[in-house]
Design a protein around this ligand. Structure first.
Ligand code: ATP
Length: 234
């Protein structure tokens, strides 16, 4: 579904990614792991068209998408839950979901999606008319995921969904990811919390210094002590 080969990206003159490689098959949960500054967020930003690759290729369903605009990618089924749950703080919960659905045209289907999201997140339903900025951290993360779901993505990308959340919310969010995956959404999740991500992932890739340095099944990566010690700070 997604093939990334020899991806290189820089911030102006500063190189961030040198040689990133990974594949995501339809139906999988794939984890991208690595310590601070390894290049995880930059990889996701590039996948959703917020950064332009200098070199390498990104193919989605067989077509090159490197440099394609974010909105186009959203229409084609790629949605990002950004790091730090960037919801629209001055809009209501419902308005945030509506913004998530902006690339869709069928009103009936959009309403169905909202119902599904509210069924998954009853707390958001209770707070649908409240400003997103007034929600707790965990609720904002749910809203950020709900907003991405409102675009009905085939491929959902998440940047550090566990960051800054109490363990109870983290568990709920990861259970939800498994549920979404079982319902047909392919998931690429970037995490510093490697153990958590490996528990739900099929495959994993480790980034270090802007390069993919390791790949394998989640079990292989989890059980490789040298790997976890060297790259994952375990
Ligand atoms: P983190 O978990 O801290 O977000 P990460 O693995 O997501 O780490 P990136 O944020 O992708 O890593 O950073 C990769 C490299 O790019 C790092 O060397 C970082 O300093 C650099 N970088 C990230 N954002 C910028 C920016 N806006 N301008 C310049 N360099 C940046």
């Amino acid at each position: 579904m997604l093939e990334v080969e020899h991806l290189a990206v820089s911030y102006g003159p500063l190189p961030a990614l040198h040689d990133v490689n990974f594949n995501v098959d339809e139906g999988q949960i794939v984890a991208v792991l690595g310590t601070n500054g390894a290049g995880k967020s930059t990889t996701l930003k590039t996948l959703v068209g917020l950064m332009r690759p200098n070199a390498g290729s990104i193919r989605y369903r067989g077509e090159p998408i490197g440099g394609v605009a974010t909105y186009d990618l959203l229409r084609r089924g790629i949605a990002l839950v950004p790091e730090g749950r960037r919801v629209f703080a001055h809009s209501t919960v419902q308005e945030n979901l509506e913004l998530g659905a902006i690339s869709r045209t069928s009103n009936a289907e959009i309403q169905q999606s909202f119902e599904r999201i509210y069924a998954l997140f009853p707390r958001l339903k209770d707070r649908r008319t409240q400003l997103a900025g007034s929600l707790s951290g965990g609720e904002q993360q749910m809203l950020a995921i709900g907003r991405a779901m409102a675009s009905k993505p085939a491929l959902l990308l998440l940047d550090e969904p566990s960051m800054g959340l109490a363990p109870i919310f983290v568990n709920q969010i990861f259970e939800l990811l498994v549920e979404l995956n079982e319902q047909g959404t392919t998931i690429l999740v970037v995490e510093q919390n490697a153990n958590l991500a490996l528990e739900i992932a099929d495959r994993a890739y480790v980034l270090d210094g802007g390069r993919t340095v390791l790949s394998g099944s989640a079990d292989e990566i989890m059980n490789n002590e040298a790997v976890t010690a060297a790259y994952l700070g375990a």
